[in-house]
Design a binder for this molecule. Sequence first.
Ligand code: FES
Ligand code: FES
Length: 159
Amino acid sequence: MKTPIQFHLNGEEVAAFADGGANLLDVLREAVGDLSVKGGCWQGTCGTCTVLIDGRPRLSCVTLAEGCAGTSIETAAGLRRGADLHPLQTAFMERFAAQCGYCTPGMLMAAKALLDRNPRPTRENVLDAICGNICRCTGYEPIIAAILDLAGASGRRRA
Ligand code: FES
Ligand code: FES
């Protein structure tokens, strides 16, 4: 049986029908059409499905969709403002922090959650924030550098 749920997605009110027990990842992709949210493991172990729910990073593959009724959800699709990239997206681009790009939406959202609550994170803070997000391509350093760039904490920005 499908259950109607309503929530805000990237600032817009959204209504969708969710199968009983459906996870948020599948509802966002299949019922709402937000394909910026990626699935990797569907087991809560890779982080690529990370979205923000009421400002906190959550693994959408292991989040019950029905439990998200009335929440405010942010995904990578909501980062751009018109033609302008979000500063995090620009920093990732400048630092070549995306190669295949599969981890990138989850990385961006984990980084956004960090910077929203701590605009001046240390490298340790960044490592803590992205430690649940697996990247098979970059070796992580470009991603860490991009986040620190935005925080004004990297050597490049200090120079
Ligand atoms: S798809 Fe959710 S953690 Fe891997
Ligand atoms: S850029 Fe390929 S998995 Fe991270």
